[in-house]
Write a new protein. Structure first.
Length: 256
């Protein structure tokens, strides 16, 4: 377990170092004059690639055709419903608790560019699933129980964002993504769900120019908002129950 912990620390150090270098490059005055979307696109791609290559070269991440297996349509259909319910509930909690978004001005600037949108949606979803679910959670699953591995990986995933609203969402959404990875043994569901979550956030920022960042913006009636949150909780729990049924589990195994 000590070696696994050390390996995870090394991955995080590489990841953080690459992100730091990317941020430092963007901060250079002569470079900062370029569009922020293009800068974010290339620096984030480089940072993600270096971290992913490190994980592969050190055999922390093993990729093959089964790593991106499709599973089945039923799993994705129910999974997307569960994800939207979870996002809606998280938005409500964030609004009630007044959770801060420290990087909102930066996100607004980045998401105003197609290059920035690709970086925050596609790159983040694809590479972060490889790193945090494929490498980190994959290593934990070999040493601890599945629930503990999912929890630890989710906590790391949330905290690594260093932004209150992303920490909350990262941990909770991370639990769902981690469970999907454990259940299907495939990174594809997590990538698609992760992309959807990021794309929704980017859409709200881009469409409403920072005035609206989540679903809470559309509800002026607190009672109606709370009622829909409760319905989302019920539907979400039912979806999770369906995803855990033996019939669906057999279907997933057949698809793999």
């Amino acid at each position: 377990m000590a070696k696994t912990f050390l390996d995870i620390c090394k991955i995080l150090l590489v990841f953080l170092f690459c992100q730091f270098i990317a941020g430092a490059i963007i901060s250079i005055p002569s470079i900062r004059q370029l569009p922020i979307g293009i800068l974010t696109f290339w620096t984030s791609l480089l940072a993600y690639l270096i971290t992913t290559i490190y994980c592969i070269k050190t055999q922390k991440l093993t990729l093959n055709k089964d790593s991106f297996s499709y599973t089945n349509k039923i799993f994705y259909a129910i999974g997307f419903v569960a994800l939207f319910c979870l996002i809606f509930i998280l938005d409500y909690i964030s609004a009630i608790a007044n959770v801060k978004d420290l990087y909102e001005p930066l996100f607004l600037e980045v998401c105003s560019s197609p290059w920035g949108l690709i970086s925050t949606t596609l790159f983040a979803a694809f590479f972060e699933e490889l790193i945090f679910r494929g490498a980190i959670m994959g290593a934990l699953l070999k040493k601890v129980s599945a629930p503990l591995a999912i929890l630890i990986a989710s906590l790391i995933f949330g905290c690594i964002h260093f932004n209150p609203i992303q920490i909350l969402g990262g941990v909770i959404i991370g639990l769902f993504l981690g469970w999907c990875f454990y259940k299907t043994k495939s990174l594809l569901p997590g990538i698609l769900f992760h992309f959807t979550n990021n794309a929704l956030s980017a859409f709200f920022i881009y469409k409403y120019h920072g005035e609206c960042t989540d679903f809470s913006y559309f509800f002026s009636n607190p009672k109606l908002h709370l009622l829909i949150v409760f319905l989302c909780l019920v539907v979400g729990c039912f979806c999770f129950y369906l995803l855990n049924t033996k019939i669906l589990s057999k279907s997933i195994k057949r698809s793999n």
